[in-house]
Design a protein around this ligand. Sequence first.
Ligand SMILES: *Cc1c(COP(=O)(O)O)cnc(C)c1O
Length: 416
Amino acid sequence: MGDAASRVFTGGSALKRHKFRQETEAVRGGTNIDKKNGPLATPIYQTSTFEVTDMQEQLRLTNSDIYYTRYGNPTGTVAEKAIAELEGTDAALLFSSGMAAITTSFLALLKSGDHIVAQRDIYGGVIKFLSQWLPKLGIETTFVDTNNIEQHEQAFRPNTKLLHIESPTNPNVRVVDLEKIASLARKHRLITTIDSTFSTPINCRPAEWGIDLVLHSGTKYFGGHSDILCGIAAGRADLIEQIHHARTTLGGCMDPHAAFLLLRGIKTLAVRVERQNQSALKIAEFLSQHSKVAQVHYPLLKEHPDYAIARKQMKGGGGVLSFEVEGSGADACRVAEALSLFTLAPSLGGVDSLVTIPALTSHYMIDPELRKKMGVTDRMIRLSVGIEHVDDLIADLEKALAVLNRTRKEALVATE
Ligand SMILES: *Cc1c(COP(=O)(O)O)cnc(C)c1O
């Protein structure tokens, strides 16, 4: 285990002292635990608007969470407070999806003529937004090699405003050195944003390392049950205020019922992620011993290129890992299809284990040459480890990998 968990805060405006440990923050965060005679579970304020007593009050409540639900909603507020506690940030905001959180935040913080530097291994939807949508508004992005910090600095221009990173990345689970990134950005007075979806605050709290704005697809681990879409932005109060204005105008707010499901998910975030950390590490170790597996990518395997950074800044390696089969892309597909406990579906972070072939899903639209350069081979399989018993998951993998012992012709006969 890394020592991130025992790290003590040392100043900086985004940093907040934690009153409780994360397991406690996940369950009780956002709620007033001194309150008496109230409902234990947070009620769903399933309303679009709120009644006021008079015009004075009307004016006072504009922009609050009891005015009009596009501005805010009390159910969402509890989740936002819980998330801010978990991340150790001043505040947090919810959105209708991860993409809504990211696009709204960028639109809030940037204007025409600004320049972004972004790492190359970020979420495909974000690459699309940066390369196809923001240029229409006069905002350019330079993409840099995720693990080459010098290249980041070389890409900075006088008008560079924002540095966007993701850690761990998909599907190679590369870990970015947040301390280095934050100090580089500080030197050049840039806003740093991170897509921290794969980490969750249980494994890493980027604000502790000096990152300004933490973004999540809460659809994944925060929700945790593959049944809601959710986006999160957490960070410094001044940034969150700007982003709140943008959310109100652009309208990507979260529905109160989804916020209730999110809150229910957050209560078990710490226990789920801890189990997923343990199981993913065991599975990574199992796969790296398997004769039909060529390579395994998991941050807490000693042979992973970012092992030392992961140990420094992460409490656990997370629930996602990828591996390459000994064979072709078709062989990887055969293995993925032969799995039964790992369901063939995009997405990650839920209690159910899932499997995808990145070259055919998240990275399908990327030019095959660039894809290879990014380390995403055709024979790569990505797993999102759920909370089933790890021995059952390993047995499922063992059985599926056995299809590679047969030739394609034998396999065809066997399925006839
Ligand atoms: C899924 C995902 C997103 C997009 O989130 P949605 O909730 O699907 O809009 C962004 N970043 C990462 C790393 C993701 O995994």
